[in-house]
Design a protein around this ligand. Structure first.
Ligand SMILES: Cc1ncc(COP(=O)(O)O)c(C=O)c1O
Length: 373
């Protein structure tokens, strides 16, 4: 099977690029002297997680309990659940923890610590709990200089059925950096705020076993990670148009594209339509602060060369590509195929059921994506 006869739209994974991305990040984590804990929500796929954990400590982070169950069933036994836990998920989390060598959850909420401890005690289990810290993203977490940033670790440490696993943050604001200098500053803030909090806790006899940070842009940009023990990044395994624009990678590192067919030409309005719409690509925006015209993806030929066209608009199953060059109408007739490099590979992958694995221009395998909650 080749890209000429696979049905469209389909998700295409360039396995050599992906493996190279995995090896580079493993080497980078080693050079920075931290454990790498890949965030597997990017791909939700066992085959990829195995490649990605080769040569590192093999712990992973997940973003749903469904991912936790799926990776546990497939042999992964050191898992951190990356969304703050709430009471509706206690029973399922405890069930997973009973079958897992190390299953950690996170919280930033005092009442949750108390109720989780009660539930764990009733189930006769001890749970590993991280405290989620906000290093500037302002999505979840406690700000590192507040009283709570010490009080919650103390409460966990003093709880009969909880272990204080450490402190954990994610500098998601890195995605909005406009220059390499801004990105480096975000990466340094992520590192320094966690290193200083770990020191503050240690001064109060609350040693944090793990000091965990991570996003693909910050781990790529940071100069050193002194004081940090763990890096969690996910997107690097595929990269995407967003990361290439931000400078975390080159466009040639991007491993995931969507194969699409031209279904209509509109010479009057100078556009062509492909059969990859919002469902196949996701409607996530690119690095608009840097490239306001990024649209919803770059259009490549089947060999992966950029045709200098963008997907400018999406409906459910249609993607619109603006065309100013007459030669493109000759080249991309109805039935022709293109590959679309979407803005955000994590969201694109999560919309599909399988990766079609591309090697040396052949589809050599098909890997399942585990979805749901
Ligand atoms: C809590 C947490 N940790 C780590 C990551 C990994 O970030 P990235 O995909 O930029 O590597 C994410 C991504 O959303 C996250 O939410």
């Amino acid at each position: 099977m080749t890209l000429e006869n696979l049905k469209t739209p389909s998700l295409i994974l360039d396995v050599d690029r992906m493996t190279r991305n995995a090896e580079r990040m493993t080497a980078r984590a080693k050079a920075l002297n931290v454990n790498l804990r890949p965030h597997v929500k990017t791909h939700k796929c066992v085959e990829i997680a195995k490649i990605q954990t080769t040569g590192n400590a093999s712990g992973i982070m997940v973003s749903t309990l469904a991912e936790a169950r799926y990776f546990l069933q497939n042999g992964f036994t050191d898992i951190t659940y990356g969304v703050p836990i709430e009471a509706g998920k206690f029973a399922e989390a405890i069930e997973i923890a009973k079958n897992c060598e190390r299953f950690s959850v996170l919280t930033d909420d005092t009442a949750t610590v108390e109720s989780l401890n009660k539930t764990a005690r009733a189930e006769n289990i001890k749970l590993d709990v991280f405290v989620k810290i906000d290093c500037g993203y302002h999505r979840c977490g406690i700000e590192p200089h507040t009283l709570e940033a010490v009080e919650i670790p103390r409460l966990i440490t003093d709880s009969s059925n909880l272990n204080f696993a450490g402190i954990l943050t994610h500098a998601g604001q890195s995605y909005h950096a406009r220059t390499p200098e801004e990105l480096l500053a975000v990466a340094q803030t992520e590192r320094d705020s966690m290193r200083d909090l770990a020191q503050n806790l240690s001064d109060k006899n609350l040693s944090a076993p793990t000091v965990s940070i991570g996003s693909t842009p910050t781990i790529t940009a940071v100069d050193n990670l002194e004081g940090i023990t763990e890096a969690r990044c996910g997107n690097y395994i595929f990269f995407d148009a967003f990361q290439a624009t931000l400078g975390s990678c080159s466009f040639d590192d991007c491993a995931l594209t969507v194969l699409a067919a031209v279904v209509h030409q509109d010479r009057t309005r100078r556009k062509i339509i492909v059969d990859a719409g919002a469902i196949a690509l996701s409607k996530d925006r690119g690095a608009v602060e840097i490239d306001p015209d990024c649209g919803y993806g770059h259009v490549l030929d089947l060999a992966g060369n950029d045709l200098n066209l963008r997907v400018s608009s999406l409906s459910q199953e249609h993607g619109e590509i603006d065309v100013s060059n007459e030669a493109i109408f000759q080249r991309l007739k109805v039935g022709s195929r293109v590959r679309i490099l979407a803005n955000h590979s994590c969201l694109t992958a999560a919309q599909h059921s399988h990766y079609h694995v591309l090697k040396d221009e052949q589809i050599v395998d098909c890997w399942e994506i585990s979805r749901g909650w």
